[in-house]
Design a protein around this ligand. Structure first.
Ligand code: PHE
Length: 349
């Protein structure tokens, strides 16, 4: 029996020494000291021993139990300590490392351009208006002097929600909405930026969704020269004071007469180069004197009131101003493109 106890001691201690983790130690404890463990079963056989032998063997057994328990406890502590050290090592924090700068957003280039143009017109006494992108056939076309079946509707094919509801093809319906709101008796001076839609196949210069800024000035005695002066001011402040403008005759159903405005080419200053297709001029926007029908439909007496209106595309303006060659860059959310313009007016650094 003494030898048996000695073997148990040796075996158990060497296993404890080799144990790699707490789970192994627990298993060893169960194997040797547990209720069904080998030490326990040896002790159960003690009844067979003589009276003299019993206390001697009992003492040895207790010592063996003590030795194994101590060894397990020590090893447990050592393993726990090692685990803690490894964890600390792993989670070591170098407080001297530079921090990661948080990514700061900035306005989209189109937003910056629109805000720049808004500021300019607010300075000239204009109010900034908004209108719905889902528009009625009436405001998008009829109130703009394009009755059903009018051929000019073909140029502005769009996405229909129902026969009478559609995605607006231009910001011009906000002209009619604002004039109606003013009730026919007051002057109107407003611009309206917003998204517009057309059934176009997307390519470098076309997008089924783009932006426009509408301008409308209605009052007594508003003249074509007012339009020209306003647009000249706009062109010089957005593109540079050395730029010239010219107006060419054009056609829109909702203005009469209608014009197209060009600015002198920045590259060749009017001599002709590849940027301006050798004309010296670059087309920027459409405008004209508000058609009497449009005034009348919106409740204004066209004998008393006259007005001018214009519509421009911030996408095109941004493309010309910054030499951007593909309109799709504005809508495909490539941060490498967008962040280049965060320093533009109103943008974060
Ligand atoms: N709505 C016209 C377009 O989208 C632009 C325009 C607006 C022309 C106002 C004249 C007056 O092409």
């Amino acid at each position: 029996m003494k030898e048996q106890l000695e073997t148990i001691r040796r075996e158990a201690l060497s296993k404890v020494k080799e144990a790699h983790d707490l789970k192994e130690l627990q298993d060893i404890k169960v194997t040797y000291l547990g209720k069904k463990g080998s030490l326990t079963s040896v002790l159960r056989g003690m009844g067979k021993l003589s009276k003299e032998e019993r206390p001697v063997v009992g003492e040895i057994a207790n010592k063996v139990r003590e030795a194994i328990t101590n060894e397990i406890d020590e090893k447990t502590e050592a393993l726990e300590q090692a685990a803690l050290e490894a964890k600390l090592e792993n989670e070591a924090l170098d407080v001297t490392l530079p921090g990661r700068p948080p990514q700061v957003g900035g306005p989209h280039l189109l937003t910056s351009i629109i805000e720049e143009i808004e500021d300019l017109f607010i300075g000239m006494g204009y109010e900034v208006k908004e209108g719905p992108e889902v528009e009625t056939d009436y405001f998008n076309f009829e109130a703009m002097n394009m009755p059903k079946g009018h051929p000019a509707r073909d140029m502005q094919d769009t996405f229909y929600i129902t026969n009478e509801l559609l995605l607006r093809t231009h910001t011009s319906p906000v002209q009619a909405r604002t004039m109606q709101q003013y009730g026919g008796g007051q002057p109107v001076k407003m611009i309206c930026p917003g998204k517009v839609y057309r059934r176009d196949t997307d390519d470098a210069t076309h997008s089924h969704q783009f932006t426009q800024i509408e301008g409308l000035y209605v009052d007594k005695n508003v003249r074509m020269s007012d339009l020209k002066g306003t647009l000249d001011n706009f062109a010089k402040s957005i593109f540079g004071s050395d730029r010239e403008i010219r107006l060419r005759p054009s056609f829109f159903p909702f203005t009469e007469p209608s014009v197209e405005m060009d600015i002198s080419c920045k590259v060749c200053k009017g001599d002709g180069c590849s940027v301006c297709k050798h004309s010296g001029w670059i087309e920027i926007l459409g405008g004209g004197m508000v058609h009497p029908n449009v005034l009348e439909m919106a409740g204004y007496d066209s004998e008393k009131y006259t007005g001018f209106a214009f519509g421009m595309g911030p996408d095109r303006i941004a493309m010309l101003k910054y030499g951007i060659d593909d309109i799709r860059h504005f809508y495909t959310n490539d941060m490498r493109f967008l962040t280049q313009f965060h320093h533009e007016k109103g943008g974060a650094q």
